[in-house]
Design a protein around this ligand. Structure first.
Ligand SMILES: Nc1ncnc2c1ncn2[C@@H]1O[C@H](COP(=O)(O)OP(=O)(O)OP(=O)(O)O)[C@@H](O)[C@H]1O
Length: 235
């Protein structure tokens, strides 16, 4: 793979939601979406509320089935189509290649924060001491007080939980990152800290697709923007 090669490529993605509990109402959301993301790219998805930005990210992560199209990702020396891969292969891509950071932490009961952040590294086979050290470094960079590291995050504030979520999402150093408003509930100092970590991941060669509503975050991190329009894409 050369420096300009893509890490992630979407071709002709179309997605319609069918609401079975609403008489089978059909909601076409994505139509013919093409996207190519290279190492070091941070492609920001733009467009009015409801145009399908989160849906596209979840489709890239294989949370949703598509009507048409392919999502290709370079993984372990080969190309995997996330729209057709077996569940086992999708999990392997998620473990080693593609990370996803949503706006909210999915709280895992009783597990301490440090272990939640270290877990993606442990699942990649990294030993506990190294994974814990990386987790501690990330939590410190995100200004999460050390007295919280050994508590489960269920009772943390929204901004604290979001920082745990970012640390967990960035811990494993995935070469492809999908970020859905990861800084939405942070104050200015923590937005700056989170942006610094995302910037470092990008400059180290991560291929990133992101939704950032904050204009300053977008201006700092985006190498490119793509505007989604209702059921379509306009450059
Ligand atoms: N799981 C779902 N089932 C049915 N419809 C859905 C589902 N998820 C999203 N939608 C619909 O798809 C459309 C796009 O939603 P999506 O969340 O992707 O938009 P968005 O551009 O990310 O919006 P926002 O900027 O407000 O977060 C909306 O009309 C929404 O109601």
């Amino acid at each position: 793979m050369t420096a300009n090669d893509w890490s992630l490529k979407a071709e002709g993605i179309a997605k319609t939601f069918v609401l079975h509990t609403q008489g089978g109402t059909r909601l076409p959301v994505l139509a013919d979406i093409d996207l190519e993301v290279a190492p070091g790219d941070c492609v920001v998805l733009d467009g009015p509320s409801g145009t399908g930005k989160s849906t596209l990210l979840k489709t890239l992560y294989a949370n949703y089935l598509v009507d048409r199209g392919r999502v290709l990702v370079r993984h372990d020396g080969r190309v995997v189509d996330m729209c057709r891969a077996e569940p086992r292969e999708i999990l392997d891509v998620r473990r080693h290649t593609m990370g996803y950071v949503s706006q909210f932490l999915r709280v895992i009961p009783r597990v301490p924060t440090l272990k939640i952040v270290a877990e993606p590294l442990r699942r990649r086979g990294v030993d506990a001491a190294t994974a814990d050290a990386r987790a501690a470094d990330l939590l410190a960079r995100l200004n999460l007080p050390e007295r919280l590291w050994h508590l489960p995050p269920a009772t943390f504030s929204g901004g604290e939980q979001q920082r745990v979520n970012i640390a967990r999402g960035l811990a494993a150093g995935h070469p492809v990152l999908l970020l859905d408003e990861p800084t939405a509930s942070l104050d200015a100092a923590n937005v700056d800290a989170a942006c610094g970590l995302i910037e470092t991941a990008r400059d180290n060669g991560a291929a990133i697709v992101a939704i950032f509503h904050d204009r300053a975050v977008r201006d700092r991190l985006a190498t490119r923007q793509i505007s989604l329009t209702p059921a379509g894409v306009a450059a």
